[in-house]
Design a protein around this ligand. Sequence first.
Ligand code: CMC
Length: 431
Amino acid sequence: MSQDAYRLIGPDGTESEHAVLTGTTGPDVIDIANLYREQGVFTYDPGFVATGSCKSDITFIDGEDGVLLYRGYPVEQLAKHSNFIEVSYLLLHGELPTTQELEEFDRTIRLHTMLNEGMLQFFNGFRYDAHPMAILSAVVGSMSAYYHDTLDTSNPEERDIFAHRILAKLPTIAAAAYKLSIGQPFMYPRNDLNYTENLLQMLFSVPAEPYVMDEIAAEALDLLFILHADHEQNCSTSTVRMAGSSGANPYSAIAAGISALWGPAHGGANEAVLEMLEEIGTVENISKYVDKAKDRDDPFRLMGFGHRVYKNFDPRATIIREMAHKVLAQLDNPDTPMFDLALELEQVALKDEYFIEKNLYPNVDFYSGIIYKALGIPTDMFTVMFALGRSVGWAAHWREMIADPKGKISRPRQLYTGPPQRDYVLVDERG
Ligand code: CMC
């Protein structure tokens, strides 16, 4: 038996040997692919708390030390020196671009911002009060009906064009969903503007007036997109990989990821934070709600607190907290009571024994919601903004998954707890 192997002994003495796989950094992984064949048992790990689902070169997280690396680069350095388009290139291609590569990539993304005109008709079919995440996932799913030239998943060139399209067109789709909800005309993309400026223009400009760019808003959004760009095998990314593992076209896989992101335990948390703050209402009510969050019999949780992986602090939250303060300081007329409430809640929870003991710290979504609100982005668009940033991570993971020659369809097993086999009873004979 190799020294680098685990030996498992079953209750009947059956032995099996399992290779230990070592990554670049992070805990080793035990390869249990042969466990069922050799021992006749499955492993059980609901929520994948201790289970790696794939090998990946893209992102590394150390939850204990609050480390987040994209292709090896600390997110703090990228947040300080880079921008979302360069980070997107890094995630998709594995290396930082040269000046020329960056210019070319930036130009390519700008050239893909428009939607097939036929797709715009889709928006009129949605109710005016449709949630923009519902629209986003439906319209992205429909992209496979328009962009037939990128459906051959075995063609690397088509895979690249798919990635460019997703990155470039998501802001246009998001802005169209927003304009629909407020009854304003759709604003076409402007390719003379950079990624976040163009998004702001599509969200907030109207044909009747010249648009004045809000540079702080553009800077804040760019930072948020960098911080949201990838997060290894999170729920939505795992969903994209799983849906894509069947060979489904990439737009369908991304639509599945968008749906997964919507949930309040994941990307929907930023919207839930604002709803929670509205429910709490005033600083005087904070202790009542903190007590509710601590009560095991009450399902209420403090949204924007806690994380499956980060158990000391969320490095994204540390960066974005600073930006939240910068954005709030620039505002002429901030919604002061709401922001005061958020900052007070942050302080109360940080000092509370329950939250300290369970390692529940404010996560990125606690502050991102505050920034979006300050920028005038409506609450139901918050998770859409998260999706825009995460789109490049989804595309990078889908490309990595599909390019793996040893790739298999994702097909977990289960612990069956339903009735054992029984015979069908005719309806007249049932008691
Ligand atoms: N408020 C109060 N108690 C909490 C919270 C919270 N926000 N989060 C976890 N706990 C408690 C939980 O009740 C449990 O207590 P006990 O040990 O007594 O049963 C313990 O802490 C561990 O919680 P868990 O649910 O087993 O932890 P998890 O790793 O499965 O869940 C989480 C992680 C993020 C889903 C959870 O912390 C949560 O629901 N947070 C609020 C939603 C949120 O902010 N989500 C955004 C995550 S960051 C953005 C992203 O990456 O998507």
